[in-house]
Design a protein around this ligand. Structure first.
Ligand code: 5RP
Length: 222
């Protein structure tokens, strides 16, 4: 199976998690795009969607799915999104597409986070994928120096502006034995909007596309 076929398989499986008559949270990226296309086939069963990026909002609207502002939605039972890396504990690095802040907001508001990913995204520990950090433009130099002190090599994503009007610094070379701790530490640097570690609010379910079929992993809640 190709990587796209694996993404399509998990997107199809994720449709089983939609809640009838509810608004659904929808993420960003190529895997999320497959999900949006699957969602279009069952759009009569949902009230609409909240999107984590302008690109996803446009794709949803293109399929005739009503897109809601998160502020107008009081109940969001499910959020479906991809990941750049994910562990068996369901902590993730996200933001390869630069939508990490809105993704983290929609994930925080959602009752259940369903991550959809092909097998290449499953890792023993996070950090091979450069960690995206959304930064207020005037803080770029200061934040980069702080990230260096944490042992990373920061590099500004050239020519990229987020949907929120900010820039992205991608940080390579980080060792991440404690994803939740590092997530908090980086978020505490003044000028950082958020970072792409999703460990304090990890996924609840991972649908992983493998050559043997879709494997489902769940997080046990305390
Ligand atoms: C975008 C994201 C995406 O979920 C992540 O980059 C995975 O993308 P893809 O499904 O294209 O591999 O976090 O900001």
């Amino acid at each position: 199976m190709t990587q796209d076929e694996l993404k399509q398989a998990v997107a199809r499986e994720a449709v089983l998690h939609i809640v009838e008559g509810a608004v659904i949270g929808v993420g960003s990226g190529t895997t999320a795009n497959f999900f949006i296309d699957e969602l279009a086939k069952v759009k009569a069963r949902i009230a609409g969607a909240v999107a984590s990026s302008e690109a996803s909002a446009k794709r949803l609207a293109g399929h005739g799915i009503q897109v809601f502002d998160l502020n107008d939605v009081s109940d969001l039972p499910v959020y479906v999104d991809g990941a750049d890396e994910i562990t068996e504990q369901l902590a993730m690095i996200k933001g390869g597409g630069g939508a990490l802040t809105r993704e983290k907001i929609v994930a925080a508001a959602a009752g259940k986070f369903v991550c959809i990913a092909d097998a290449s995204k499953l890792v023993a520990s996070l950090g091979r994928f450069p960690l995206p950090v959304e930064v207020i433009p005037m803080a770029r130099g200061y934040v980069a120096r702080q990230l260096e002190q944490l042992g990373g090599q920061p590099r500004e994503r050239a020519g990229f502006v987020t949907d929120n009007g900010n820039l992205i610094i991608d940080v390579s070379g980080l060792s991440i034995p404690d994803p939740a701790g590092l997530e908090e530490r980086i978020n505490n640097v003044v000028g950082v909007v958020t970072n792409g570690l999703f460990a304090r609010r990890p996924a609840d379910v991972l649908l992983l596309g493998t050559a043997q079929g879709v494997r489902a992993l769940s997080r046990s809640r305390a």
